[in-house]
Design a binder for this molecule. Structure first.
Ligand code: NAD
Ligand code: IPM
Ligand code: MN
Length: 363
């Protein structure tokens, strides 16, 4: 199989972890005889420095011409004071919008050997397997107006939460389709006791549910959901929610796996190309130190193999190698227990690669 992959490493640890995903994909390519061709593009802060904007046209073009996109992370304190219209994060929002990547899948799975890395009790997290489906191209992130204003002589501000019903419907449908192949339960999360947008969201979920009689639908208010996520996460199968709630709840859900550095994601559109990125950011506090956990990024590459290329076996092999490396006791500092020896980013990447190549290939 021949595939063109656009790689947008971005800023901070994005660069360190993206390198790992590429190495792992190269190893998969060699082993299973696929030709993966990698082309690099700029996004985020370093694109502002070099091109004056966080998403240069050539990057958009490169993504559109590719079969799939790998993205590291964007942002950092260096660009916190730039004009908000060209902040690094704008580049990320723009590429999501340009490619119509409306459904962001954020799976949270339990790794037995990381049970002690999570601050939560093992009996709470044991066996957790939830899939968050986050709406990614609407809501507060994209609403207009979004600006400072004068309200009768007082300084004020407005951010707009706008959704078309069709935008709600397509992502909720995606959640039902996915739940149908899993444990057949959708938890739709909203704030319908306060927000009109949430009341429309809830109605839409009810309408979609009629087409999926085998899937059980429940509604949960977002504040309760935040609490249930850490007290009884095993109740969740597929969770579907709007953009901002999904952003916040998925960072919370990552704690169930042990670390933010463990959670991958896939952003899907109707026809592709899809984009794959870890859910974490550029982690300025640890950037450049070779200590970041590359596994969220490597697991995102596994999602790429499965979702974009239909390479189920290869995806399973990458996930198996990650699990084996963890079982063997390798730990970056975010998942290390007290006193445990710590593995660097580059060592962790090398261990996953070695494990992948050592395992007998499943053809
Ligand atoms: P962050 O996700 O970068 O980091 C939060 C905390 O988690 C930090 O302590 C960090 O060291 C740790 N962490 C994150 N990823 C890790 C990994 N792989 N291994 C080990 N530890 C890890 O969030 P933040 O600090 O709030 O944001 C920093 C910058 O990243 C901001 O500019 C923000 O806008 C941006 N950001 C970008 C993305 C993205 O590109 N998708 C996502 C989130 C935040
Ligand atoms: C994420 C990030 C982004 C988001 C930011 C950087 C725009 O937090 O991918 O989760 O909020 O979507
Ligand atoms: Mn986030």
């Amino acid at each position: 199989m021949k595939k063109r992959i656009a790689v947008l490493p971005g800023d901070g640890i994005g660069k360190e972890v993206a390198k790992g995903a590429v190495e792992i994909l190269q190893a998969v390519g060699e082993r299973y005889n696929h030709q993966f061709e990698f082309s690099y593009g700029m996004i985020g802060g370093h694109a502002i420095d070099e091109k004056g904007k966080p998403l240069p046209e050539e990057t958009i073009q490169l993504c559109k011409e590719s079969d799939a996109i790998l993205l590291g992370a964007v942002g950092g304190p260096k660009w916190d004071q730039v004009n908000p219209d060209i902040r690094p994060e704008r580049g990320l929002l723009q590429i999501r919008k340009e490619l119509n990547l409306y459904a962001n899948l954020r799976p949270t799975t339990y790794f037995e050997s990381l049970a002690k890395s999570s601050p939560l009790k093992d009996e709470v997290i044991q066996g957790v397997d939830l899939l968050m489906v986050r709406e990614l191209t609407g809501g507060l992130y994209f609403g207009q107006p979004s600006e400072r204003m004068d309200a009768n002589g007082e300084s004020a501000v407005v951010d707009t939460l706008f959704y078309k019903k069709a935008e709600m419907k397509r992502v909720i449908e995606k959640a039902f389709i996915l739940a149908d192949k899993r444990r057949k339960k959708v938890t739709s999360i909203d704030k319908a006791n306060v927000l009109e947008s949430s009341r429309m969201w809830r109605e839409t979920a009810e309408e979609v549910a009629k087409d999926y009689p085998h899937v059980y639908l429940e509604h949960m208010l977002v504040d309760n959901a935040a609490m249930q996520m850490v007290t009884n996460p095993k109740q969740f199968d597929v969770v579907v929610t709007e953009n901002m709630f999904g952003d916040i709840l998925s960072d919370e859900a990552s704690v169930l796996t042990g670390s933010l550095g463990m959670l991958p994601s896939a952003s899907l559109s109707e026809n592709g190309p899809y984009l794959f990125e870890p859910i974490h950011g550029s982690a300025p506090d640890i950037a450049g130190k070779n200590v970041a956990n590359p596994l969220a990024m490597i697991l995102s590459a596994a999602m790429m193999l499965r979702e974009s290329f239909g390479l189920e076996t290869e995806a399973n092999e990458v996930e198996r190698a990650v699990k084996q490396v963890l079982d063997a006791g390798f730990r970056t500092s975010d998942i290390a227990e007290f006193g445990q020896q710590v593995t660097s980013t580059t060592e962790m990447i090398a261990e996953v690669k070695a494990m992948l190549l050592d395992n007998e290939a499943i053809m």
